[in-house]
Design a protein around this ligand. Structure first.
Ligand code: GLU
Length: 551
C-alpha cells in the first residue's frame, strides 16, 4: 500500500478519532520534577485479590518515588475485561489504603495525566494505532479463530514458534481493495503489529535489578488492538507509561519475556523507553517437599493480605518486612539503628535480590518483635486497642476500662537499653498480658501450670503481709533475698548447689512461687513492676484464688 492508501485505510478503520498524536503529546507534557526524580506506577489488574507480591511491588514503587521526590501513581489496568472480578477495583484501592501504601496521584487520587483506568483510554490508544497504520507498523487482520487454531496446531506439530509471523501472517500485505472487501462483508478484525523484528538480531536492555539482558528481537505480528477496540496489555503499557512519563517500571519478573515486544513498541512509536526493574518472585521452602517454590495463594495463608490485618501484624512492621525483601541490606540497618524509620533508609536497585527472595516467617516475627519493643506502653495500648475494636470487641472493652493500668503493664521493661521483645502482633497482647486484667486472669486461672508441683502458699502469704510496694527494684530484691534466707532458702543458686541439703531452695524459687501465684506463669516481665501495678489487694485476691485451686 502506498502512504496515501494507508491514510485512507486508517481513516476507514478509525473514522471517529478526533485527535492526532501531537494533541496527546501536548496534553500530557513532561513532568516538572527534579532531575533524578523517579516516576513509578502500580498497575494492578482487577482480576483477583491482592497478594503479598503485589504489595511488594507497590511498596517498592512508593519508596523509590518518595526518596527521589518523584511521583508514585496508581493505574488500573483493566484491558482484560473478561477476567475482571466484581469489586476488584475497590479491593485494590481499599488494600492500598489499609496498608498505607499511598500513591501521590492516579485512580481515586488527583492527577493531570488521567484517565488512570485503561478502559477509559481507548480513544488515546486508537489514535496511536491509527498513526501506526499510516506508518505501516500495523495492519488489520481478518483471520478467524478457526484459521488461527489451525495454524497453531500445525506449528505445534512442526515444533516451530507459535504465533502469526512470516508465511502465517496472511493479512500482512493485503491491498487496500482486499481490506475494503473484508470490511464490506462486515468481517471482524483485530489490529496486529507489523513486526519488523528479526530473531537473529539481539536486543539488549539494562534492567535496574537484573542488569544486562539480551533477547532475540521480537518478530511476531502480535495483536495490539482487540476486536472490541480495546488494546492488549502490552500496547496499553507502552502508551500509558509514555504519556504518564513513568521513568521506572517496577514489576514482577513474569513480564521479562515480554520485554522484546515492549522495546519494539517503544521504538516504533518513537518513544524513549522506560527503565525496567523486574522484581524477583517471593519464594518459599515447601513444608512437605522441602523444595523451593513460588509462594502461592492456595498453600500459604500469609500470601493473601487479609492474613496481616486479621492476625494483627502492624502495618509499619509489614512495611519493615517489605523493606527487607526490597533491599538485602535493610534488615541489618534497621536493627542497628533503633532511632530510625524506614524513610531514613536509602533504597537502591543494586541491593535488590536478583533471584527469588524467600519468605521467612521467622524474620517477619522477629521484625515485628523489634517493632513492638521500640514502642512504649501508651503506643502499644493505642495501637492494640485500634486493632481490637475491629477484631475482638470484648477485649477492646476491657482495654478501655483499664487504660491506665494496661499502659503501665505494656511499658514494663521498655525503657532500658534492651527493651522487652515478646509481642509480635496485636493478637498476642491479650494472651501475653492476661494476668494484667482480673477478668482474663480469673478465666485463665492457673491453666498453664502442671498441678503436680508443690507450691508453698503460706510462705508467700507471709511474704506479702509485709510487702512494701514503694521501693526501688533493687531494694525490693534485697528484701526478698533476706526473707528467703530467713525462711531457709539460699541467697543464690550457687550457695544452694554447694549445699543442697541445707536449704529448701534458693531465692529464685521463692520468686518463682510468687510469680506463679500472681501471674499464673513461670515467665513474665519484671515481677516487681507487675506487683506494683496490681497493688496488694489484687495480689491477695490471687493468693486466695490459688489456695482454692491448688490445695
Ligand atoms: N497489569 C499488570 C499486572 O497486573 C501489571 C504489569 C506491569 O506492572 O507492567 O500484572
Amino acid at each position: 500500500m502506498t502512504k496515501e492508501e494507508r491514510i485512507e485505510l486508517a481513516n476507514l478503520l478509525f473514522p471517529n478519532i478526533k485527535h492526532d498524536r501531537d494533541y496527546y503529546e501536548k496534553k500530557y507534557p513532561k513532568r516538572d520534577l527534579p532531575k533524578d526524580a523517579m516516576v513509578t506506577r502500580y498497575g494492578p489488574s482487577p482480576t483477583g485479590s491482592v497478594h503479598l507480591g503485589n504489595l511488594l511491588s507497590a511498596f517498592a514503587d512508593m519508596v523509590y518515588a518518595k526518596q527521589s521526590n518523584g511521583v508514585f501513581y496508581l493505574r488500573i489496568e483493566d484491558t482484560d475485561q473478561k477476567r475482571m472480578v466484581e469489586g476488584g477495583i475497590e479491593n485494590i484501592t481499599g488494600v492500598l489504603k489499609d496498608f498505607e501504601i499511598t500513591p501521590t496521584e492516579g485512580y481515586g487520587y488527583e492527577g493531570e495525566y488521567g484517565p488512570y483506568i485503561q478502559s477509559e483510554r481507548n480513544e488515546i490508544y486508537q489514535t496511536y494505532i491509527k498513526d501506526m497504520i499510516i506508518n505501516d507498523y500495523a495492519y488489520p487482520c481478518f483471520m478467524t479463530e478457526e484459521e488461527i487454531q489451525a495454524i497453531r496446531e500445525e506449528q505445534e506439530l512442526n515444533k516451530t514458534k507459535i504465533g502469526i509471523y512470516g508465511i502465517y501472517a496472511a493479512d500482512r500485505d493485503l491491498s487496500l481493495e482486499e481490506v475494503k472487501k473484508h470490511l464490506d462483508n462486515n468481517e471482524e478484525y483485530v489490529i496486529r503489529l507489523k513486526s519488523p523484528g528479526n530473531p537473529k538480531n539481539t536486543v539488549e536492555i539494562t534492567d535496574c535489578i537484573k542488569g544486562k539482558m539480551k533477547f532475540p528481537e521480537h518478530d511476531t505480528d502480535s495483536i495490539i488492538l482487540k476486536k472490541d477496540g480495546s488494546p492488549v496489555y502490552h500496547f496499553a503499557h507502552v502508551i500509558d507509561d509514555h504519556l504518564m512519563h513513568t521513568t521506572h517500571v517496577i514489576r514482577g519478573d513474569e513480564w521479562v519475556s515480554s520485554v522484546p515486544l515492549h522495546i519494539q513498541l517503544f521504538e516504533l512509536l518513537g518513544f524513549e523507553p522506560v527503565k525496567y526493574c523486574h522484581i524477583a518472585p517471593i519464594t518459599i521452602k515447601d513444608k512437605e517437599t522441602g523444595n523451593i517454590r513460588k509462594i502461592s495463594k492456595r498453600k500459604d495463608p500469609f500470601f493473601g493480605v487479609k492474613y496481616y490485618e486479621e492476625n494483627g501484624i502492624p502495618i509499619e512492621a509489614l512495611h519493615l518486612y517489605l523493606a527487607t525483601i526490597t533491599n538485602t541490606n535493610f534488615e541489618e540497618w534497621y536493627l542497628n539503628n533503633p532511632e530510625k524509620a524506614i524513610e531514613d533508609f536509602k533504597f537502591s536497585f543494586d541491593k535488590q535480590a536478583v533471584g527469588g527472595t524467600s519468605f521467612d516467617e521467622n524474620k517477619l516475627v522477629n521484625l515485628c518483635k523489634t517493632y513492638f519493643s521500640r514502642k512504649n506502653g501508651k503506643e502499644v495500648y493505642a495501637e492494640t486497642l485500634e486493632w481490637a475494636k475491629k477484631h475482638d470487641e470484648e477485649y477492646a472493652k476491657l482495654m478501655e476500662d483499664n487504660k491506665e493500668d494496661l499502659e503501665k503493664f505494656f511499658n514494663i521493661e521498655k525503657e532500658g537499653p534492651r527493651p522487652r521483645k515478646d509481642i509480635s502482633k496485636y493478637s498476642d497482647v491479650k494472651e501475653e498480658f492476661s494476668y494484667a486484667l482480673d477478668e482474663l486472669f480469673e478465666k485463665e486461672k492457673y491453666s498453664k501450670l502442671d498441678s503436680d508441683k508443690d507450691y508453698d502458699v503460706e510462705l508467700i502469704e507471709k511474704y506479702v503481709a509485709n510487702l512494701n510496694l514503694d521501693q526501688t527494684n533493687e531494694e525490693w530484691f534485697e528484701g526478698i533475698k533476706n526473707f528467703s534466707i530467713e525462711n531457709g532458702y539460699a541467697a543464690n543458686n550457687k550457695e544452694y548447689k554447694a549445699n543442697p541439703d541445707k536449704y529448701k531452695g534458693n531465692v529464685g524459687d521463692v520468686c518463682e512461687i510468687l510469680r506463679v501465684i500472681i501471674t499464673g506463669r513461670r515467665n513474665s516481665p519484671d515481677l516487681y513492676s507487675i506487683m506494683q501495678i496490681l497493688g496488694k489487694e489484687r495480689i491477695n485476691k490471687r493468693i486466695e484464688l490459688f489456695k482454692k485451686i491448688y490445695k
